[in-house]
Design a protein. Structure first.
Length: 180
């Protein structure tokens, strides 16, 4: 009986050790914007993938960052859902995407923003939209550090002021004349 238990334990340990080694050599990829991105290893679940801070293969990090930063976005959307869907199409799977607000209810002339985490660097890509004439119009786009995170956007004269949740100003950007 003890011998059978010992054999079972040895087999389980051997299988686990083999899997730990072999899974590093099984090719693993994720699709992003029509391209295959190599991952550091094979993941049994999406949760394992997204919880691993080193999930993107080192040879792919610069390419992924460039793809996120350079991904195009339309200048106008007919609905909030369309705008949010466009932002979600830019975010890299397993990384963060969030919203910015001007603190008002969504309505005519309100501002809404989106932050998209750029993998393996403490930066986000930010977008600001104005709700005007029933549409969401892109009025700003930039890349900035996400420490501390930008959570709010508001207009102050001819400038857009980006701040933390607590109200600490992080970035001030001039508005172009056509977005005022």
């Amino acid at each position: 009986m003890k011998r059978n238990l010992l054999i079972s334990v040895v087999v389980v340990v051997a299988v686990f050790a083999t899997w730990t080694i072999v899974r590093r050599f099984i090719p693993s990829y994720i699709e992003y914007r029509g391209q295959r991105i190599k991952l550091t290893k094979y993941y049994l679940s999406y949760e394992d993938y997204k919880d691993d801070p080193e999930n993107i293969h080192p040879s792919e990090i610069a390419r992924v960052q460039r793809l996120v930063v350079e991904a195009p976005i339309a200048s106008s959307f007919s609905s909030r859902k369309e705008m949010v869907d466009a932002a979600f199409s830019i975010h890299f799977p397993g990384y963060g995407v969030g919203g910015l607000s001007d603190g008002t209810k969504d309505g005519e002339n309100s501002l809404i923003g989106v932050s998209i985490e750029i993998p393996s660097v403490d930066k986000n890509r930010y977008f600001a939209f104005r709700h005007a004439n029933g549409k969401y119009v892109l009025i700003d786009s930039f890349v900035e550090s996400n420490i501390p995170p930008i959570m709010r956007v508001k207009q102050d004269g001819n400038q857009l002021v980006y701040s933390t949740y607590e109200g600490t100003v992080r970035v001030i950007r001039p508005m172009s004349p056509q977005t005022n």
